[in-house]
Design a protein around this ligand. Structure first.
Ligand SMILES: C[S@@+](CC[C@H](N)C(=O)[O-])C[C@H]1O[C@@H](n2cnc3c(N)ncnc32)[C@H](O)[C@@H]1O
Length: 186
């Protein structure tokens, strides 16, 4: 990553010592998952099983970053597939910019719900670009017995228009949420 972006100015905010089992959903280019793997987490990258070119992008990211140990699986949101059922319990699910289509919101939470059955303490960390102030996951969280905490970007120094000299997020509004099982204490 240093080759692509210059000196690494960001670190992975580990919850239990850089050894988490972590699955990124809708991974695409996979930057957060790659960073977590570089910091020592056991990472599984996933993207839709119906979009092989996206899974290939995950593979390329691992190749370019010398991470042959990272597993890549096809996980389509809302599909209870053999690959989803075979996943080991996860500590963290990363979901970077996956809440962009309201029709997908419940499918995403269905997949998360299955992972919560394996580990009720799993947390979903999601950053997303606010595309419409009318969209909300609140009712769905209630339906699926989940709760969510808003993480202020300033709490990890990310409330800037130009993070790590990337010119991102620019003028876009970005939010971060941590979603967990309602009966677990965050
Ligand atoms: C906006 S991109 C975000 C990519 C990456 N996480 C990031 O932050 O750059 C959305 C990603 O979700 C994936 N995706 C879209 N529909 C999906 C589905 N039904 N199941 C699983 N992944 C899906 C896309 O292939 C794409 O990689």
């Amino acid at each position: 990553m240093e080759c692509m972006f210059g000196p690494v100015l960001w670190y992975w905010p580990s919850t239990c010592g850089f050894t988490e089992d972590l699955c990124q959903i809708g991974a695409g280019v996979s930057l957060p998952g790659i960073l977590a793997a570089k910091c020592g987490a056991e990472v599984i990258l996933s993207d839709s099983s119906e979009l092989p070119h996206c899974l290939e992008v995950c593979r390329q990211s691992c190749l370019m970053n010398d991470l042959p140990q990272v597993h890549i699986v096809g996980l389509t949101w809302g599909h209870v597939s053999r690959d989803l059922l075979a996943l080991p319990p996860q500590d963290i699910i990363l979901a970077s910019d996956v809440f962009f289509e309201p029709e997908d919101f419940e499918d995403i939470l269905t997949t998360v719900y299955f992972l919560m059955q394996k580990n009720p303490k799993v947390q979903l960390w999601s950053t997303y670009q606010v595309r419409s102030a009318d969209w909300s996951v609140e009712a769905l969280l209630y339906k699926w017995d989940m709760k969510c905490v808003h993480i202020p970007l300033e709490s990890f120094d990310a409330n800037k228009e130009d993070i790590a000299e990337s010119a991102l997020p620019g003028r876009h509004t970005v939010e971060m949420l941590v979603i967990s099982f309602a009966k677990d204490s965050l």
